[in-house]
Design a protein around this ligand. Structure first.
Ligand code: NI
Length: 253
């Protein structure tokens, strides 16, 4: 398969340190045409941009993940805003709310999320949203700020997916659709309009079946595409073609 666009990856993760360059070479030889590498704090946003500057087909997102909201300072947001002015930085992300782990207090998560939604508006950039068990507050803020962007690794219901799409936003689906207990993501895969669907790895995490338990990378996306294709009654290559076109459109590539 070809024309694979991975809309959400973390190749800056230390799990890639032993073989990052060889792996990326293999990934680009396996039909991958584009990767968005997402930051989760200032340091990883800088590393993402460095990767994007070294690899023609890697693009960066810069942002502060809800887990890191408490440890981020005002200065970090200013520096992230600077990174966003770089040509290879195409989105604000990943940003959002995580009430599953609650690694940062919720009021601070919300504050940092809102500030980054404002930055995205100012810079006219799409956002990459992380929402884990925080659907209600996430939707409230998305309705308030109406950003362009994607809710990645979408874990809400089919009903919520429709609401997100109504706001003009995209839905990102990854390895979770291949998991045995994947009722919700599969029901979402069935209802997202063709022009609002993105595919992603979230690598090194969320490895699709039958490689679950191993380190994930973009060359495994066809396993995810197969499941989405089956649900939608089209071919996996069609899923890849559609999602590559959508990613290029959203991220202005
Ligand atoms: Ni991620």
């Amino acid at each position: 398969m070809n024309n694979i666009f991975d809309s959400h990856a973390h190749y800056d993760d230390e799990r890639f340190s032993p073989d990052r360059d060889e792996l990326l070479k293999r990934v680009f030889e396996s039909g991958v045409i584009g990767i968005i590498n997402c930051g989760s704090d200032l340091k990883s946003s800088i590393t993402s941009l460095n990767l994007a500057q070294r690899y023609e087909n890697i693009y960066a997102a810069a942002g502060i993940h809800p887990h890191e909201a408490e440890s981020a300072g005002k200065n970090d947001l200013l520096l992230i805003a600077d990174l966003l002015d770089s040509k290879k930085c195409v989105a604000v992300g990943e940003i959002g709310l995580d009430y599953h782990y609650d690694f940062s207090p919720r009021d601070i998560q919300k504050q940092i999320f809102e500030e980054q939604l404002k930055i995205a508006k100012e810079k006219d950039l799409p956002v990459i949203i992380h929402d884990r068990e925080a659907h209600e507050d996430t939707m409230e803020l998305l309705k308030k700020y109406q950003p362009k962007g994607v809710v990645h690794c979408f874990s809400g219901s089919a009903e919520m997916a429709k609401e997100v799409v109504k706001l003009g936003m995209y839905i990102g689906l990854g390895g979770a659709v291949t998991f045995k207990n994947a009722k919700k993501p599969v029901s979402v895969a069935a209802v997202v309009p063709e022009d609002k669907l993105l595919i992603e790895t979230d690598c090194p995490y969320m490895t699709p079946v039958p490689h679950r338990g191993e380190r994930n990378d973009s060359s495994l996306i066809p396993f995810t595409a197969e499941v989405i294709a089956c649900v939608r009654g089209i071919t996996a290559q069609e899923v890849l073609d559609i999602t590559a076109k959508n990613a290029k459109e959203l991220f202005g590539i």
